[in-house]
Design a protein around this ligand. Structure first.
Ligand code: HEM
Length: 407
């Protein structure tokens, strides 16, 4: 296999054009250098088989302390080390499974039934506002508004607190970027402290106010019997923060990237409008085609082989989920947006023990929001020159997408 020399091609997410469309960059890596040692010191994996194998390999750790750069990056930070060593995303066995089971059970029991009714109500309310506007920026007004209102509802956040809670969450979500700048680390550190303090007070207040027949997600985490297996404050606060963030910072991009894909593929939009029963497979294709979360991280606990490459203990691996989803070995015509694609084994929610805990909620919101939006505004048009992508690498999404409804 021909290997590109570093001077010919350096993997650089900050290269011109990357944020607009990273997929040609991924294709070149997958075809020429599928185990790419990047300038960040990280190994970048791009093939479906290798990524799938890495996601389920027990010798690859999600605990950031097994990454050689941990100390250097976080040594001056007060709360980031606590947050990242206690949130389920970055906890390894044996703590991982009981913690995940506990979060999962409390989340489902407290929220599933209520959300089945609440999400359509939130969507309806946002659509009524958009109908009056006629033209709007789709991202803040709908793609973000729906998952954000949903997660505010799950957490019981009051109107007056929403702006500060959103700011904390946005600050903390920047931690997931591969090369966070100092100012972002400082802001995240501060926001973890403030958000934790706020949640502590909120939990106490909710426990006092709660009617006997009502169950809130915040208090269910303390009442559920599984909670005995770990220290409550230590683990619950970081995971509440994680779930608040994960609960909307990704789903906004499922809805945003999904409607963008439909608008750029009018034949598929027409097909969906004529066949509402295709909504589920359309959402799966949106997740595959332009995934909201582009990557996952792992560190090697020992020397090990993945595919054709030997990694050394301590190596850090970046698994490009967005590239696995475009691997022609698994998907025919991978760059085609095909809402009838079946099967569609995308890796957009990960795989194995760390696979997404909120995938049911993301799918539920995605289906309702996208279906209702296209039905309400079938003749919508995008203003292409107004479209702008965020300069984020891990979370891929649009910052602006102006739409005219023509209703
Ligand atoms: C379209 C929306 C979403 C996408 C694309 C997505 C993607 C992912 C991915 C790829 C992972 C695995 C990361 C890894 O293996 O390192 C993950 C884990 C996780 N997600 Fe999601 N997610 C979404 C929505 C949500 C929602 C709505 C919630 C919660 C309300 C959520 C909560 C979590 C949590 C807690 C984990 C960690 C699970 C673990 O480590 O065991 N996600 N997500």
């Amino acid at each position: 296999m021909m290997k590109l020399k570093d001077s010919e091609y350096r993997f650089n997410p900050y290269a011109p054009g990357f944020f607009d469309n990273p997929y040609p960059f991924y294709d070149r890596l997958r075809e020429n250098d599928p185990y790419h040692h990047s300038f960040m010191g990280t190994w970048i994996l791009t093939r479906y088989d290798d990524i799938q194998e890495a996601l389920v390999n027990p010798n690859l750790s999600s605990d950031l302390r097994n990454w050689a750069g941990f100390e250097k990056r976080y040594k001056d930070r007060e709360s980031i080390p606590w947050f990242v060593t206690h949130s389920v995303l970055t906890v390894d066995p044996p703590h991982h499974k009981p913690l995940k089971n506990h979060l999962n059970k409390s989340f489902l029991e407290s929220s599933l039934k209520k959300l089945n009714a609440q999400i359509p109500a939130i969507v309806k309310q946002k659509l009524e506002k958009l109908e009056k506007l006629g033209s709007f920026d789709f991202i803040p007004e709908f793609a973000l508004a729906v998952p954000l209102e949903t997660i505010y509802y799950v957490f019981g956040i009051e109107e007056a607190d929403k702006p500060k809670v959103k700011k904390w969450s946005t600050d903390i979500s920047k931690l997931i970027e591969p090369l966070p700048i100092l100012a972002n680390l400082e802001a995240a550190d501060q926001s973890i402290q403030e958000f934790s303090q706020y949640l502590k007070e909120k939990i106490l207040q909710t426990q006092l106010d709660q009617a006997e027949d009502e169950q809130s997600f915040l208090t269910s985490l303390f009442e559920n019997p599984h909670s005995e297996s770990f220290e409550k404050d230590e683990y619950i606060l970081p995971n509440l923060i994680l779930m608040f963030m994960a609960g909307h910072e990704t789903t906004v991009n499922l809805i945003g990237n999904g409607i963008f894909a439909l608008l750029n593929n009018p034949d598929q939009l027409k097909l969906l409008l004529e066949n509402p029963e295709l909504t589920s497979s359309a959402v799966e294709e949106m997740l595959r085609y332009d995934p909201p979360q582009q990557l996952a991280w792992r560190s090697a606990l020992c020397d090990l082989q993945i595919g054709e490459h030997n990694f050394k203990k301590g190596d850090q691996l970046m698994l490009l989920l967005g590239s696995a989803n475009k691997d022609p070995a698994y998907f025919s015509d991978p760059h085609k947006f095909d809402i009838k694609r079946m099967p569609n084994p995308h890796l957009s929610f990960g795989k194995g023990q760390h696979s997404c805990l909120g995938s049911w909620l993301a799918r539920l919101q995605g289906k309702i929001a996208i279906r209702e939006f296209v039905e309400r505004f079938p003749d919508m048009e995008i203003t292409p020159e107004g479209v702008r992508w965020f300069s984020n690498f891990s979370f891929r999404g649009l910052e602006k997408m102006p739409i005219v409804t023509n209703n």
